[in-house]
Design a protein. Sequence first.
Length: 100
Amino acid sequence: MAGLVEVYRGAGDRRGADVEVPLLEGEAALLERGWAEMNDRATPRESVTTTCAPKAGMLPGNIAKGFPSGQAPWVGRIVSVSFTADNVRCSANIGLERPL
């Protein structure tokens, strides 16, 4: 049995595309998914790409903290990871989304 989350935009006056959730059952689980959908779209985000040394736990969906020089630290969600290597060094290219 698949669940269906009805999506409304704006102040609830515009219907959005429904989200099909094939692995969730029960009203509580579907309500949680609906809250997550609203939270995911409520805050404007900025896409950031950075290069750093590879570390354990660099996986999409995980949270990472950025320390840009001359700016306040910020937190973002990892959306992509790729690695490059040559004979001497290895680096990770990370795509992040952070709230504005």
